[in-house]
Design a binder for this molecule. Structure first.
Ligand code: HEM
Length: 357
């Protein structure tokens, strides 16, 4: 099989030793990113909190932005809610939702995937299973919160997000404040990243041979066009990373997009190659009627690692699989240009058209 090259997205730094940038450090090598994510001396920048029921309150109460002493208990609340969700059922529900939408839009001959499916179906499925009273109304509310969730959002977006947090709380099942916040946190964490993964899979994989399994397609897309491009940490004291002195309070930007192309762990790093080039002898061999593809031995870092790594990985993959499998069966690329919303760490297409087969 002649797999294509997927060049890095604009502004992806090259892979190399930790580099000083703007008074902080940019970390780009796979081993260095893992070292930071698994070293408790590097912490997540904490969100300060605010009046109950506001965006600031949500950010101050979810595990994602919690200090190390509060993090495990709050993370456990989200993990407990996720434990009740069966990934296979999520996949099937996402596939049904996608089929219904495509049936409704078939007469138009084309579909805008991001707004109609990628930003809608996974959230609606998740919101229903997490017990929100009006899953369809939860979708725009979660989207508004996600738009203001990371530091630096503009005041108009924050005002919209404040109202959306209140709406989400009103439609949430009764629960103590911390549990309610972390349930909403699951939806907000899921929103942009899952939509971005579906967008990337459609962009790079809609024309791939049907024998390529969707799980392998998603794994390679997560590596080469990650919807979450980076995350942040702060050093709590003086540390050393790959021979560099990192001062106390130094900010670190961990670049998943660069680390996922680290030639030390991914030979031929820019090639879209499900299964990995180390498995080249096996890739493309048809066994029992199926294209035999072994998984890469080193997965992408796009779901993070260590105690803060994504607890929703299996759920995200299940939801994306449900949407992408239906699209692969029924649609083909429209060959219109793909544009991306500007964001410091996320990469999510703003619109992405496909046509029916
Ligand atoms: C393709 C989709 C997704 C990607 C790429 C992704 C990626 C990530 C990453 C990289 C982190 C860690 C950030 C850090 O360490 O600084 C994270 C955290 C988190 N993710 Fe995901 N995520 C995805 C989907 C989801 C979904 C579907 C859910 C929930 C159902 C979810 C729930 C969470 C939560 C709750 C956290 C915070 C964990 C904590 O506080 O310890 N994510 N995600």
């Amino acid at each position: 099989m002649n797999w294509p090259m997927i060049p890095p997205a604009p502004d992806t730094p090259p892979c190399g030793p930790p580099a000083p940038v703007d008074g902080g450090w940019v970390v780009t090598r796979h081993a260095d990113v893992v070292a930071v994510l698994t070293d408790p001396r590097y912490v997540v920048p904490v969100a300060p909190g605010g009046p109950p029921g506001t965006l600031a309150w949500l950010r101050g109460t979810v595990s994602r932005f919690s200090a190390p002493d509060r993090h495990p208990g709050r993370r456990a609340l989200g993990v407990a809610a996720l434990r009740d969700l069966d990934p296979d059922e999520l996949r099937d529900a996402a596939a049904r939702g996608t089929t219904r939408t495509l049936d409704r839009l078939a007469a138009a001959g084309r579909v805008e995937v991001m707004g109609r499916l990628a930003r809608r179906v996974p959230l609606e499925v998740l919101a229903a299973r997490l017990g929100l009273a009006d899953p369809a109304a939860a979708v725009p509310a979660v989207t508004a919160v996600a738009a203001a969730y990371h530091p630096g959002a503009d005041p108009a977006a924050v005002a919209l997000a404040d109202r959306a947090v209140a709406a989400l709380l009103a439609m949430s099942p009764p629960a103590p404040a911390e549990a309610a916040a972390n349930r909403i946190g699951l939806l907000v964490q899921a929103a942009d990243a899952t939509a971005g993964l579906i967008g990337a899979a459609v962009r790079h994989g809609l024309a791939a041979p049907a024998a390529l399994g969707t799980a392998d397609l998603l794994a390679e897309v997560l590596r080469l066009d990650p919807p979450v491009r980076a995350t942040r940490r702060v050093a709590t004291g003086a540390t050393r990373l790959a021979g560099r002195e990192i001062g106390p309070d130094a900010a670190l930007l961990l670049r998943f997009d660069a680390a996922n192309r680290d030639p030390a762990v991914h030979p031929d790093p820019d090639r879209f190659h499900p299964g990995g080039p180390d498995q080249a002898d096996h890739a493309g061999v048809v066994r029992d009627g199926h294209l035999a593809l072994a998984r890469r031995s080193v997965p992408a870092l796009t779901f993070g690692a260590g105690p803060r790594g994504c607890p929703g990985e299996r759920h995200a993959l299940a939801l994306a699989t449900g949407v992408v499998e239906v699209l692969r069966a029924r649609c083909r690329p429209a060959r219109t240009p793909v544009r991306y919303a500007p964001h410091p760490t996320l990469r999510v297409p703003t619109s992405l058209e496909v046509t029916f087969r």
